[in-house]
Design a protein around this ligand. Sequence first.
Ligand SMILES: Cc1cc2nc3c(=O)[nH]c(=O)nc-3n(C[C@H](O)[C@H](O)[C@H](O)COP(=O)(O)O)c2cc1C
Length: 321
Amino acid sequence: MSPEVFAALIADAALSPNVHNIQPTIWRQIDATTVAAAQASRRTLPVGDPTGRDVEASHGAAVEGFILAASLRGMEMRVTAPEGSEIARLIVTGEVDPDPLASFLTARRTYRGRFLPDRAVPILDALAQTAPDLTILRERPDIDQVAHLNDQASLKSFRDARFRAELLAWMRLSRRHPSWAVDGLNARAMEMSGLEAAGAGVVLKPGMFEFLDRLGLAGALTGEAAVVQSSAAIALLRRPIGETPFETGRRWHRVWLEMTRLGLSAAPMTVLADDRAAAEALAARFGQPPGTKLVTAFRLGLVPESALPPPARRPVSDLIF
Ligand SMILES: Cc1cc2nc3c(=O)[nH]c(=O)nc-3n(C[C@H](O)[C@H](O)[C@H](O)COP(=O)(O)O)c2cc1C
């Protein structure tokens, strides 16, 4: 693999979904057929992701992205054991036809706005067929219940001042922020107007949030029930309890690309899996296959392509170690 091809593969893999868009994965070419992936320093979330599970899932998603991008260029790649502090090594094992999901790598986005009213029935039927690890909820009372649980669980996390501070550090609330188009969550990706973004900056500050919470206003400010209720469906992703977060991340990426391939837009609501009360309520209402755990819940629907936010990503030169 030439340095040019290596750089092109990194650029594609960088578009993989990753927690808070912190882009934790960096790459090195070891030789003509071997690539190493590693953890970028300081790109972790000690408060929101204390065990590193979401960061590891992000590495898995990025490695899957790299393998898909390689398939587009006719290369078959396989994950092998890491060396030293690496996360994984990838080796070229031969030639291969492009993976059918690979061409959607650059089109997939997180969409956090309201969906069109179309219920996307045939598309959701097709998704249910292709992804046996997804449980698709389409009844209005079920979606309302998910919206309610999501708001309850989110408010709980927002009540932790350290969580808010960490999140705020990764938010880019103004286009003047030097990292607006580079990393983290910008106002455009969060579907906030300029005014809403300025407001969020104030509301999330220490003191102000507690003040609004005492007035009973914090829930209204952190809630997103109306957006969730506009979904055509919620898809619960359940994976085996013993699966490593890295492998879960690989699957997470593929399942999302399957949604993109079918023309669906999506946003994960991982707090529903993190919050024990929410996860238990979902298991009680919708059942839970034995030996599996909830990984995330996607809200899904249709939206015009022009509504999707442009990706914010670090330059390839910053992703090589
Ligand atoms: C492990 C993991 C957890 C995520 N959790 C959430 C979430 O709870 N809410 C959300 O809006 N996006 C979530 N995302 C999506 C990321 O924020 C998104 O992939 C990232 O900001 C990059 O943007 P893009 O998907 O548009 O490329 C998650 C992604 C990953 C990989």
